[in-house]
Design a protein around this ligand. Structure first.
Ligand SMILES: NC(=O)c1ccc[n+]([C@@H]2O[C@H](COP(=O)([O-])OP(=O)(O)OC[C@H]3O[C@@H](n4cnc5c(N)ncnc54)[C@H](O)[C@@H]3O)[C@@H](O)[C@H]2O)c1
Length: 312
């Protein structure tokens, strides 16, 4: 029997990949061959000598002491791309919120609680609705920065909406390049991309080299009226520079999955509470991928998507 100790609430669909005949799985399993977890911090967790692998149902692994585990020969798996579709779908919503006055219009309707007559309400809204007119994304240009699992889906989706798409990714993988439509135009530099887009969507990781990457210099190059979408990470964007650009009338809107006090309460900022990957399907996909990778490793010795070992 293989023994898997679980942490956190892992999707049942993923756990069902372990057959009862061959696997003992649960939070109280002792002497585990492997851990399976979501966000549990493992830095203080005792590790027995027989632990062979850890699988994180998710992409980030900063809750796992990778160096220590590597030293002990424990393989650490993650599930890159398993939540990409969930993020892509939220970016579609953000594009729509950025092009039309959907939120303002809906909020206005909700204010009309003191009108009892349907005809009065209809007449008032008919008069007011021109304030909530917007633009279509069709024919506009979207710049996608980072063309990995999420960025490539976003780029292809935008083409299907009739947008033109420019992409920038200095380390595009061959696999991602295969996924990407040939209609995506390559921008040679970030500033070249910033000068030619109506919408810019960020899909790159936080690294020392990308922290604060979207700064006042780049934002100085945007076309007036550009809408910036950040569904990557808060730290990639210099928020003070974004606010200044909004004040200067260069950026028209900032739409992000990362609220912060400085951004709240502005009509030109739309914030979501980090819900990019929050779908049942993404949770299932991550758990299925993590479970399948663990099984393939324990049963066959194969390694796929390990962060501390090459694939074999
Ligand atoms: N909002 C959310 O809930 C949510 C959910 C999942 C992921 N994310 C974020 O989205 C990011 C992208 O996820 P992914 O699964 O597509 O990752 P990925 O690793 O598949 O793709 C990232 C891409 O960014 C590129 N890149 C690296 N540095 C760059 C730079 N300086 N300029 C342009 N491109 C650069 C890489 O070459 C790679 O192709 C993640 O790092 C994560 O921070 C957010």
């Amino acid at each position: 029997m293989y023994r898997i100790r679980t942490f956190n609430q892992i999707s049942q669909t993923g756990l069902s990949r372990f057959s009862n005949d061959e696997y003992m799985v649960g939070p109280d399993v002792d002497r585990p061959d492997a851990f399976m977890l979501r966000s549990q911090k493992l830095h203080e967790e005792p590790v027995a000598g027989n632990l062979l692998a850890v699988a994180r149902a998710g992409a980030g692994v900063n809750n796992i002491p990778i160096d220590d585990y590597t030293h002990k020969g424990i393989v650490v798996f993650n599930t890159p791309g398993a939540n990409a579709n969930a993020v892509k779908e939220l970016v579609v919503a953000a594009l729509m919120l950025g092009s039309r006055s959907i939120l303002d219009g809906m909020n206005r309707v909700q204010e009309l609680t003191d009108i009892a007559e349907p005809e009065v309400m209809a007449k008032l809204l008919e008069k007011e609705k021109k304030q909530f007119a917007g633009d279509e994304v069709f024919g506009k240009t979207l710049g996608v920065i980072g063309l990995g699992a999420i960025g490539s889906l976003v780029a292809n989706m935008a083409l299907e909406l009739g947008m033109k798409v420019a992409g920038f990714d200095p380390a595009l993988s061959v696999e991602a390049a295969w996924r990407l439509s040939s209609q995506v135009r390559k921008a040679d530099t970030l500033s070249a991309l910033f000068t030619r887009c109506d919408y810019i969507s960020l899909h790159l990781p936080v690294l020392d080299s990308t922290r604060g990457l979207i700064n006042s210099e780049l934002l100085g190059a945007v076309r007036p009226g550009t809408c910036l979408l950040n569904f990557a990470r808060q730290e990639i964007v210099d928020e003070a520079a974004v606010l200044q650009s909004l004040e200067d009338g260069k950026l028209r809107k900032y739409i992000a999955d990362f609220p912060s006090p400085a951004l709240i309460g502005r009509s030109d900022v739309i914030l979501m509470p980090h819900i990019g990957a929050s779908t049942d399907e993404a949770e299932d996909n991550c758990a299925i991928m993590a479970a399948d990778q663990l099984r393939d490793f324990l049963e066959n010795g194969n390694i796929r998507n390990a962060v501390n070992s090459t694939s074999v």
